[in-house]
Design a protein around this ligand. Structure first.
Ligand code: AMP
Ligand code: ZN
Length: 120
């Protein structure tokens, strides 16, 4: 059993602990996935580690298992949402300059429309 660490005043830690409601679409020991409250595409999910890691910049040795679980959950959800053929966009904003607004590591999984590149 992995020990989870929660931060006070972290929105996504509150969501993991079910103190704030969310529409959960996947959950296992290390990962939670739920619908983004302001969807930017027909499918817009957020996949997060249950334990509090602020961003990619804070990853450290020992986080391999969590990140592997996270990536595999994305693939599973993309398949469930029928996005494997049509394609899907995954985004991780790291730091304010990149547009990160919630400082609990998360991957945006978006699909169901066409995406542009570069993303802007
Ligand atoms: P980022 O800007 O990359 O940090 O992404 C944060 C995301 O969290 C945004 O897409 C928000 O719409 C989403 N968000 C904020 N509050 C909630 C909430 N209570 N439930 C679900 N998604 C949320
Ligand atoms: Zn957190």
């Amino acid at each position: 059993m992995t020990e989870l660490h929660f931060e006070k005043k972290c929105l996504f830690c509150d969501i993991v602990q079910k103190q704030i409601p969310s529409t959960v679409v996947y959950e296992d020991e290390t990962v939670l996935a739920f619908e983004d409250i302001i969807p930017q595409a027909p499918v817009h999910l957020l996949i997060i580690p249950k334990t509090h890691i602020p961003s990619l910049a804070d990853l450290k040795p020992g986080d391999e298992r969590i990140m592997a679980d996270l990536i595999l959950a994305i693939r599973k959800l993309a398949e469930e949402q029928n996005l494997l053929e049509s394609g899907f966009r995954t985004v991780m904003n790291s730091g304010e300059g990149a547009g990160q607004t919630v400082f609990h590591l998360h991957v945006h999984l978006m699909g169901g429309r066409l995406f542009q590149w570069p993303p802007g």
